[in-house]
Ligand binder design. Sequence first.
Ligand code: ASP
Length: 454
Amino acid sequence: MARVEQVCRLVLSVGALAVIAVLLGSASWAQEMATSSHSKPRIEKGLPGKREFQNRPTREFRPPGVARAREAAGPRQERIRTESRLGRYANDLETEYPMKQPQRIVTVLLAIIGSFISQTVLSQTSKPKVVVLATGGTIAGAAATGTQSSYTSGKVTIDAMLDSVPGIRDLANLKGEQIANVGSQDMSFEIMLKLAKRINELLATNDVDGIVVTHGTDTLEETAFFLNLTVKSDKAVVMVGSMRPSTALSADGPLNLYDAVAVAADPQAKGRGVLVVMNDWIQGAHSLTKTSTTAVQTFMSPLRGVVGISAYGKNDFYNTPSWKHTTSSEFDISDVTKLPRVDIIYGDVDMSPDLIDCSVRNGAKGIVIAGVGNGNMNKASIDAAARAVKQGVVVVRSSRVVTGTVGRNVEVKDDELGFVASDELNPQKSRILLSLALLRSHSPEQIQQSFATY
Ligand code: ASP
């Protein structure tokens, strides 16, 4: 690409020089025409010794008025010395290769067109190259009117979305690709694997500088965390969604998409793992979570805060997520087609332990408890979870509480019962990590290590 850029710059410079040179030649020709025997002799305006006289090309028709002005301006030698080099060059060319009027016009036009083309190509090649992978969601949703609350996710195609955002193509050289078009309640591991593989494929080339993924907000944090663990590149991967469909009054999708492209095109976004850009905030895949069913400011990172902000495409980065991700992640999905079954069981007062038994019977290889408080559950459920561990199922204790960590051996004897504590990960992200970790190991100790790392 750098070579293409160099060639374009060269063509551009040569084009510009050619335009100037030919224009100078044409100016002299025009003057010649104006002062030829068919037309009236033109009396030169301006005072002797002024700049416009000094820079005159040497080969010219000199009507009597001009000759007088020349004489007043001093000896010819003086004037020649002050001529611009370019002017002399143009005149030399003119002397050696005299052109007729149509030839000149064609040359000028060709030079202008050449210069325009190289400028266009140059501006395209020098912009960062960003691929937008679309999966659906409300950002691609549509309703019959701008004020109704019901709508259908995943109705608008990526090309239509990009075309509807003014100025977005000035930020980057954009290409859209439709990976899926579903509401993210229907996101699946199959689509997530397809997405991760496509991102790895694109980012492995020099033709792509960054990726934007459009996605529904319901499960966006899960896909973001999955990609954070499976993308093998430090180039920017930015996810974006919206809370209002594209047809809504005050739709939030267009500006979110604009900002997401601006972040993906920003070299500063590199090496920060998968980022999510919505409503001005740039957040990290590990820490953000959806906190409101309807509010535009739904994503929050309660424990870690925002990574930065993006306001109308102007980015300001505050910090880099510290958990391991992307290039330092051990998870490789290049040959994976299916993930092991992991269920989440919600903890509440007087919870039914048979849900845990049922999950094991149905083939779960892992269970995440969305426990109460610090990953707690009632005595009957602890016993059921311990039974699951004895059958080789990995049990992770997470929490239904939105913020805080789940620590080992606080109120539950993890060492004795063989449980894993989720640390900062909420139940839905614990499920993602456990699913990937189970591809490599079924050891609670090793999996606990993964929860301390990612
Ligand atoms: N149900 C929608 C989805 O996740 C909600 C949204 O995108 O905001 O696709």
